[in-house]
Design a protein around this ligand. Structure first.
Ligand SMILES: Nc1ncnc2c1ncn2[C@@H]1O[C@H](COP(=O)(O)OP(=O)(O)OP(=O)(O)O)[C@@H](O)[C@H]1O
Length: 247
């Protein structure tokens, strides 16, 4: 069933590891400009689901459509080019480069730059870098060496490096891990900003943070979806309290 209104359509998705179904016949529909949070107990399959969407792990069966096109057979780098960005928990910035340079190296290449085109392209890159720096709250840190940034700022820079590629779907695994209260608040604001132009999927365990950011919450358990809806709705669901929130 195709539906161009969804940014991402996942249906009948299954992955088995040695006979164990880490994802079991799962369906997920993400709207354009939606910020979806996935919660659930350890081992529920949350990370595996994101691994399947970005192409890090191959599915055993099912369908993953991005902007109404099947991507399940595509390698990871092709999915990145199609507009799927994924941030892992450990930062992978270049500590000895400036914020500007970190963003610059993340600008998608692939077109030849020569002669008179070079200057135009540099200007284009610079304005993109400035726009992204503003989006991630680091406009006055462009010349700072990335290694000197706070833990939170490093995380935002990494999000910025993904934004340089203008992804239409961005996936973040526990983005506030290790952050101060102030940094958490700023991250919530950052996520509100970036989902205006794209869909965002976040895996998160901190329920106060989930309440602040989620448009909709998906609760996973044993590779399946246990509940889905507004935070209020899933919080009041006895099944969710039983397997997750009550612990
Ligand atoms: N490559 C793999 N090989 C074998 N088993 C795996 C593999 N990847 C994940 N699993 C298993 O799949 C299940 C789901 O793991 P996953 O990491 O997706 O859960 P999670 O919901 O992200 O948990 P957490 O909140 O602890 O990160 C676990 O039982 C895990 O051991």
């Amino acid at each position: 069933m195709g539906n161009v209104d969804f940014a991402l359509t996942v249906e009948d998705l299954t992955v088995s590891f040695d006979g164990f179904k880490a994802i079991d016949n799962l369906a997920l529909y993400i709207d354009k400009n939606e910020l979806r949070v996935i919660i659930g107990p350890n081992g529920a399959g949350k990370t595996t689901l994101l691994d399947l969407i970005c192409g890090k792990t191959r599915a055993s069966a099912g369908s993953i459509k991005f902007k109404d096109e099947e991507i399940i057979g595509l390698p990871e780098h092709v999915r990145v080019r199609r507009g799927i960005g994924r941030k892992f928990q450990t930062p992978s910035i270049y500590e000895n480069l400036s914020v500007f340079q970190n963003l610059e190296v993340s600008y998608p290449s692939g077109r030849s730059v020569f002669g008179a085109l070079a200057f135009k392209c540099t200007e284009e890159v610079r304005s993109r870098i400035e726009a992204v720096a503003a989006e991630i709250g680091l406009p006055d840190k462009l010349e700072t060496e990335a290694g000197l940034l706070s833990h939170g700022q490093k995380q935002w820079l990494e999000i910025g490096m993904l934004l340089m590629q203008e992804p239409e779907l961005l996936m973040l695994d526990e983005p506030i891990a290790g952050m101060s209260a102030k940094e958490r608040d700023l991250t919530a604001e950052l996520l509100h900003r970036i989902c205006k132009n794209r869909s965002v999927i976040v895996i998160e365990h901190d329920m106060d943070f989930v309440k602040k950011i989620a448009h909709k919450v998906t609760v996973m358990h044993q590779g399946k979806i246990l509940a889905e809806g507004s935070m209020e709705k899933v919080q009041a669901d006895p099944k969710v309290i039983d397997v997750y929130l009550g612990h």
